[in-house]
Design a protein around this ligand. Structure first.
Ligand code: 5AD
Ligand code: SF4
Length: 301
């Protein structure tokens, strides 16, 4: 099981997804942005704790320009021998190209749902086709590409989810993430029913069978239903755990959904806890960089 440290460096977001607490319309969310220096430092702390992949994640925050992110990537790579994954939302073609050239090796961008009607409804101002086009472009740039869905969005049927699993698998992704929907009170979907965590586990199991080479995380959304679910995610076929390595000062403000980052107060505590959880399932924690073997096999090398 590979560990990836996630630096949630800004909770500002220009978008207004109906399910997410970071949506621009949520005026009750206290906002923060880390400085470039703080982001680099958080990555170094993660590396010192044994994490070989650093995930830079934020809302869709255009405050950080193309050159800012490129600078951060270069700074991190000049001091530590880690892999950088970006999870910055939908950005420009020129931006993702520049960041690839700066040394980022992976990009994570969930489609959330392949049902166009739900997509239009819950992701105002956004277009599914454009998102998929960006994912294809990132693949051409040589990124390891990740995507995924939310399980149990209001109005989503089992047929929708089956179709999502099929389409995700068709994309031959290096990383696939699924997590149950968790209603956030300060959003338009705040009083809807949560997704079913057991159905999410089944989705992980099916995705593992369809995508033997993909890296699949046991997500923190799953853990919100009880820590046991994170272990069951590993047992169902997930092979990645992504502890938050966001500084303690701000980590509770990254409130995509209720419960997020509430498990542990500090980074060291969280990593130790999760390592033990993985070992208790009978799995081993890997200290390698954890590339997906997909390309290795696809190239027949
Ligand atoms: N429940 C579960 N997952 C959510 N996300 C956003 N809001 C929710 C929610 N209420 C996930 C989305 C998105 C990431 C930021 O978090 O999949 O990609
Ligand atoms: Fe912003 Fe992502 Fe949340 Fe949508 S899901 S509001 S893009 S942080």
């Amino acid at each position: 099981v590979y560990f990836r440290g996630v630096v949630e460096f800004s909770n500002y977001c220009a978008d207004n997804c109906f399910y997410c607490g970071l949506r621009a319309g949520n005026r009750n969310q206290v906002r923060y942005r880390l400085t470039k220096e703080e982001i680099v430092e958080a990555a170094e702390v993660g590396y010192a704790l044994g994490l070989k992949t650093i995930v830079l994640q934020s809302g869709n925050d255009y405050f950080y320009k193309k050159d800012d992110i490129a600078f951060i990537i270069r700074e991190i790579l000049s001091s530590i021998d880690a892999v950088i994954t970006l999870s910055l939302g939908e950005r420009g073609f020129d931006e993702v190209k520049e960041w690839r050239e700066a040394g980022a090796e992976r990009y994570f961008l969930k489609v959330e749902t392949f049902n166009e009607e739900l997509y239009r409804k819950y992701r105002p101002g956004r277009n599914l086709e454009e998102r998929i086009r960006l994912l294809i472009y990132m693949r051409e740039l040589g990124y390891e590409v990740g995507s995924g869905i939310i399980v149990g969005l209001p109005g989503q049927t089992l047929e929708d989810i089956a179709e999502d699993l099929y389409k995700l698998s068709e994309m031959e992704l290096e990383m696939i993430a699924v997590g149950p929907f968790i209603p956030h009170p300060e959003t338009p979907l705040g009083s809807e029913r949560p997704g079913d965590p057991v159905l999410s586990l089944r989705c992980i199991a099916i995705l593992r069978i369809l995508n033997p080479w993909a890296n699949i995380p046991s997500t923190s959304a799953l853990a919100s239903f009880g820590m046991d679910y994170r272990a069951r995610g590993i047992e169902a076929g997930a092979n990645v755990i992504m502890p938050s390595i966001t500084p303690s000062r701000v980590r509770l403000l990254y409130k995509i959904y209720p419960g997020k980052n509430e498990g542990c107060k500090c980074v060291i505590e969280e990593i130790d806890f999760l390592k033990k959880l993985v070992e208790d399932t009978g799995s081993k924690v890997s200290d390698s960089k954890g590339y997906s073997p997909r390309r290795f096999y696809a190239e027949g090398s």
